[in-house]
Ligand binder design. Structure first.
Ligand code: G3I
Length: 371
């Protein structure tokens, strides 16, 4: 097959196949039924991360969330410190204004709520570095989890208790990421966080959440190995952990996708008695050609390839994207295109219109085995 150059970018073979497939499930619109309805028919939850300030300023945004989603997570509101109203303004205080906006919106529309995230090395408040140390870290962690989880006791679907604790390149013997929590408390901070969360809300599903677990690449393989090792260790010591969260930030230009490797990894997790959620699904198009039709086809194919494998695993109970429409994707700020064109990583375009990616997700739910 000869080289295909589109907009000065040479497409790789798999990408050309995506474009040449006349039966690509992403082209033909599968009808109006929403993603949450299609997912619910297979006993799967579909939802997304939301930016709570938009709920009052963008009516079309709010409408699309209500139409498409049965579960929501806040992109910012439940973190220790993110724009515009941090949860933890001071070591002694909490501000639940942002968290409550999302929580109340979701509950008023019959949606479930995920909490993200209790323990992370990022988005820590400015006071953290000069306040937290080996002597007080455990108490500060306990106070945070007791207060935040306790406030929503019995009302949350699940919590991302610990986020992104694995980074093999940091050189820890168990592949743990070098974070302030590891430094101040030791590797038992993970078990401690889950035990505190379970005590604060025995009904909530408790999740370990991480990224970089998708592709047939050395760094992904190392991370999958370290994550399985962590999950086995936690389960063996009786840690109250119930699920693995796969962030699934996919790359439309990455062709090293091996469905058997992913399938085997998911089976290993399920065999530990854990449920699985896809928690932050999106497909970056930053390295794809400028042509929107080409980009949208390749992005849709990436959704289709990934979801086909994931939804075959019965332990997978929920699929959440990280944003619902292109206008409000984190990738606009964090992974912009070099040509300055707007990114198109999500099921709806910037105007809220369903795209090929939406078609691919709809087809994936329609053809998924029921739970
Ligand atoms: O927009 C405000 C700006 O007005 C203000 O001056 C500035 C002051 O800090 O903050 C800006 O808000 C930024 C916000 O994104 C909106 O762009 C925050 O600084 C920035 O921290 C925030 O980044 C978020 C990031 O997590 C860190 O919390 C991203 O939106 C969010 O998408 C990203 O989400 C993470 C998940 O939590 C974990 N998995 C990876 C995922 C993507 O990085």
């Amino acid at each position: 097959m000869g080289a295909v150059i589109i907009g000065k970018k040479e497409l790789k073979r798999q990408q050309i196949l995506a474009l040449d497939d006349p039966h690509c499930e992403c082209i033909k619109y599968p009808g109006d039924k929403s993603l949450k309805e299609r997912a619910a028919k297979k006993k799967i939850l579909f939802g997304t991360a939301i930016r709570h300030p938009l709920l009052s300023t963008d009516k079309e945004y709010a409408r699309s969330l209500i139409e498409e989603c049965s579960i929501l997570v806040s992109e910012w509101g439940f973190k220790w410190h993110v724009y515009p109203k941090p949860l933890r303004p001071t070591p002694q205080s909490f501000d639940f204004a942002a968290a409550d906006v999302m929580y109340n919106f979701a509950r008023s529309h019959g949606m479930k709520v995920r909490g993200h995230t209790l323990v992370w090395y990022m988005s820590l408040p400015p006071w953290f570095e000069k306040t937290v140390n080996r002597q007080n870290a455990k108490d500060i962690l306990e106070k945070h989890i007791n207060t935040v989880v306790g406030r929503y006791r019995g009302k949350m679907h699940s919590w991302d208790v610990v986020n992104e604790a694995i980074e093999p390149r940091d050189g820890h013997p168990n592949g743990l990421r070098k974070t302030p929590w590891l430094e101040f408390i030791g590797e038992d901070y993970i078990d401690l966080a889950f035990r505190l969360a379970h005590k604060a809300d025995p009904e909530a599903m408790l999740v370990y959440n991480d990224y970089g677990l998708v592709y047939d690449r050395p760094q992904d393989e190392a991370k999958r190995h370290a994550v399985i090792k962590l999950l086995k260790r936690l389960k063996s010591q009786g840690t109250p952990i119930h699920a693995l969260g796969l962030q699934a930030h996919l790359d439309g230009s990455e062709t090293r996708f091996n469905h058997q490797i992913l399938k085997d990894f998911l089976a290993q997790v399920a065999n530990l008695g854990l449920k699985i959620m896809v928690t932050e699904l999106d497909v970056t198009d930053k390295d794809l050609p400028l042509d929107i039709k080409v980009r949208d086809r390749i992005v849709a194919k990436a959704y289709s390839n990934y979801l086909k494998v994931v939804l075959e695993e019965p332990a997978v109970i929920a699929i959440l994207t990280w944003g619902l429409n292109d206008k409000h994707s984190w990738l606009n700020e964090f992974q912009p295109r070099k040509d300055g064109a707007s990114v198109r990583p999500l099921p709806l375009d910037a105007g809220g219109k369903r795209k090929f990616a939406w078609n691919a997700m709809a087809r994936a739910f329609d053809t998924a085995p029921s739970r």
